[in-house]
Design a protein around this ligand. Structure first.
Ligand code: SAM
Length: 244
């Protein structure tokens, strides 16, 4: 499976350098079958006509295949430091997140502003793309540039009835996740946004701000999960219950 920037149409196309590198790493040979996607939905059956370095493929037919999670889940996460955020983006993509919003909170170690924030978002976006090639998703989740928690909360639209919001406030605090209650409630949701804290947690003031913006405190049990584990645990639980 290879991502190519689209729009893809049936016919011959030369692979761009990044896809050529990928095709070479996969040791593809002339005649090998490929699946291509451009992120706009569905995928294309294709075959390699010329092997790398002058890699050329014939795009054969479009298959309207979707492997998205429904309702769409956005993870808004107090950024864990170092490669843990890379790992979070990769796993969130595999588990079906529709978007990831990295956040700076009062206890976030990593601070990203201006050009650095844009460059890091592009790095995470590339990780999401590679994860889609691997896991079969045909829509690449948007990984936004890092934002401050308060500004991000202020930018959210007023909460509509079918848009659910929850905050992973702290171990043991908030409504326990009951699968039965979730399955019932989720039937009426159109989207879910999950807010979780960084290594040092959200401050009580930040949790209150989130609650005022419509986020329901949810507990994932008495154990302290790492900043990258908690949002993924919730996403995994949702993915396991979802039919999508
Ligand atoms: N010392 C911090 C505290 O007690 O809040 C620990 C923060 S924890 C490493 C990072 C984040 O993961 C928390 O801010 C929260 O969003 C989430 N989290 C971790 N364990 C959780 C649990 N059992 N229930 C709900 N959220 C949890």
């Amino acid at each position: 499976r290879l991502y190519l920037s689209g729009p893809l149409v049936a016919g011959m196309v030369d692979l761009p350098p990044a896809a050529v590198r990928h095709a070479r790493a996969l040791r593809l040979r002339a005649g090998d079958a490929l699946v291509l996607f451009d992120g706009s939905g569905g995928e294309w059956e294709a075959r390699l006509v010329n092997p790398p370095p002058a890699a050329r493929v014939e795009i054969l037919r479009h298959l309207p295949v979707e492997r998205e999670l429904s309702p769409a889940v956005t993870l808004a996460v107090g950024m864990p430091a170092n490669e843990r955020m890379d790992w979070l983006v990769e796993k969130a993509t595999e588990l079906g997140a529709a978007a990831v919003q990295p956040l700076m909170t009062s206890r976030t170690v990593l601070r990203l502003e201006g050009e650095r924030a844009v460059r890091r978002a592009a790095h995470w976006q590339a990780i999401a793309q590679a994860a889609c090639e691997q896991c079969g998703r045909n829509r690449i989740p948007a990984v936004h540039a890092a934002a401050g928690l308060e500004a991000w909360l202020a930018s959210l639209p007023p909460q509509a009835g079918t848009v659910a919001r929850c905050v992973l406030s702290a171990p043991g605090q908030g409504q326990a996740l009951s699968f039965a209650a979730w399955v019932g409630a989720a039937a009426g949701w159109s989207a879910l946004t999950v807010l979780s804290g960084p290594e040092g947690g959200l401050s009580p003031e930040e949790t209150s701000l989130a609650v005022r913006a419509g986020f329901v405190p949810v507990s994932l049990g008495p154990r302290v999960l790492r900043a990258e584990t908690a949002p993924l645990a919730l996403l995994g639980a949702w993915a396991a219950l979802s039919t999508g």
